[in-house]
Ligand binder design. Structure first.
Ligand code: KIV
Ligand code: ZN
Length: 507
């Protein structure tokens, strides 16, 4: 069987970052882009340069620093958008522009207020203009799955004639179902005269939970590029999850007859990194990267796996980067073992940074017998975030009355080398601490979501608080914090949210 290649177009940094509360800063985007390069994605959509100076800066930074994948920027069919992509990507030859315009009757009539012929002309003019600066041009007819097929064929043929080299078919609102979506792709192959001059790509949203299924159906119908995000993050219910697509095509190569260039052993690291930087917790039952994805609980299953692994495992944990044989670090572990493990977790730290982390590691190892990878990730994150231009947690004191009355907390934070303290009562210890933090930072937020979970096992496990905070005026921030003390983990998460808000101005 001939195995064809499907390109992976990763849009974690663009559509993924559009998820409410994701708010990645330029440094975080760069870190993710480096990991995407290690994964071996073919194209990285680094952002939408015209949308904000911050987005422009991060697309430019990724284009300058990240080698390997093609770096892409998004653009409407507008000259100033195309110019912004051109300028942001001027630092690399390995670049692509992604131009889009809506083609469904509902979008053309109500959003664009344009007739189909006008939309076609605008699209062709934009591609011709982009062609002056780019050889690699992708065009997306937005809301394609709700567009009239005849109009789609017409506009696709016209933009290919104008210079588009990839045609991306978005299921913008997650409306498609697999058979229908596959038929749409087939229709494009059968009805667009010059289709052999372009690669067909798909971009599926997950509103009905069908993003991965629709993308795979499209591959079966001939699509050779898939747009996706790590952990499936993105607008509303998100995009097709990269790790699920990649493993589906690999494990079921016999059925799909395709594969990707992804180094699947980097998947877990990418998933953890994106979760950590966006603050979006991965559900335990999430396919491929969830905590339970490779755990066998039932006795019958455990027995089967011990006798012959493939009885209940269609892929091995090592295939996605979970190394079961790694030694657990503890208080007798040395600096060398720590550095080695940090490297495997994707952290390349300077000598000075390693010294700081090692000191904190020894402190944690004194409290906990075993220090797991998740502990280390949390530890590096909190240690490396020592930045004077940020709020830092110095200490907490909580008093819980034995009988009636509310808990009272005193919180001490530092900023720019100065310490600030405030006290408050609250419904519970966490609420009291949050109110005290509000008094200090003067950035009161409303807690929309609060979730606490043990990230390792045992009584001395590190607890991780994941929260979503609404700071008003549409500024919703996701963040997390960890500690062996869950009240402290909760306060760390809240202080991180305030810092994220100050850095990003919120989303
Ligand atoms: O969902 C969508 O239609 C998009 C386009 C910009 C491709 O994100
Ligand atoms: Zn999208």
């Amino acid at each position: 069987m001939k195995i064809e290649k499907v390109k992976i177009f990763d849009t974690t940094l663009r559509d993924g970052e559009q998820a409410p509360g994701a708010a990645l800063d330029a440094q975080g985007k760069l870190e993710i882009a480096h990991q995407l390069a290690r994964l071996g994605v073919d194209i990285i959509e680094a952002g939408f340069p015209v949308s904000s100076p911050e987005d422009f800066r991060s697309v430019n930074l990724v284009a300058r620093e990240v080698k390997g994948p093609v770096i892409c920027g998004l653009s409407r069919c507008v000259k100033k958008d195309i110019d912004a992509v051109k300028d942001a990507l001027s630092v690399t030859e390995n670049r692509r522009i992604h131009v889009f315009i809506a083609t469904s009757p509902i979008h053309m009539e109500y959003k664009l207020k344009k007739r189909p012929d006008e939309v076609l002309e605008i699209a062709v003019d934009a591609i011709k203009y982009a062609r002056r600066f780019f050889d690699d041009i992708q065009f997306s007819p937005e809301d394609a799955s709700r567009s009239e097929p005849e109009f789609l064929y017409r506009i696709i043929e016209a933009v290919i004639d104008a210079g588009a080299t990839t045609i991306n078919i978005p299921d913008t609102v997650g409306y498609a179902v697999p058979e229908q979506f596959a038929a749409l792709i087939k229709g494009i192959f059968d009805n667009v005269a010059n289709i052999e001059k372009a690669v067909i790509s798909v971009h599926c949203h997950n509103d009905l939970g069908l993003a991965v299924a629709n993308s795979l159906a499209a591959v079966k119908a001939g699509a050779r590029q898939i747009e996706c995000t790590v952990n499936g993050i993105g607008e509303r219910a998100g995009n097709a999850a990269m790790e699920e697509l990649v493993m589906a095509m690999r494990v079921r190569k016999d059925y799909f007859g395709v594969d990707t260039s992804i180094d699947s052993r980097e998947i877990m690291r990418a998933s953890r990194l994106v979760s950590r930087l966006t603050g979006f917790v991965v559900a335990p039952n999430k396919a491929i990267v969830g905590k339970n994805a490779f755990r066998h609980e039932s006795g019958i299953h455990q027995d089967g796996v011990l006798k012959f692994r493939q009885t209940y495992e269609i892929m091995s944990p090592e295939d996605v980067g979970l190394d079961k044989n790694e030694l657990v670090l503890g208080k007798h572990s040395g600096r060398h073992a720590l550095v080695d493990r940090l490297k495997r977790l994707g952290f390349n730290l300077s000598e000075e940074e390693v010294s700081k982390v090692f000191e904190e590691f020894k402190r944690l190892a004194d409290k906990k017998k075993e220090v797991f990878d998740e502990d280390l990730v949390a530890l590096v994150e909190s240690t490396m975030r020592v930045d004077v231009e940020k709020w830092q947690l110095v200490g907490i004191e909580v008093n819980i009355p034995r009988q009636d009355g509310n808990p009272r907390a005193t919180v001490v934070l530092s900023y720019g080398g100065k310490e600030f303290s405030a006290s408050s009562e609250g419904d519970g210890p966490v609420d009291a601490c949050y109110k005290a933090v509000d008094k200090i930072t003067k950035c009161p937020g409303k807690l929309l979501n609060y979730n606490i979970q043990a990230i390792t096992s045992g009584k001395d496990a590190l607890g991780e608080a994941s929260i979503t905070v609404d700071f008003g005026q549409d500024r919703v921030i996701n963040s997390h914090g960890s500690s062996t003390d869950i009240v402290e983990a909760s306060v760390r998460a809240y202080v991180n949210a305030v810092n994220k808000l100050n850095r990003e101005g919120g989303k």
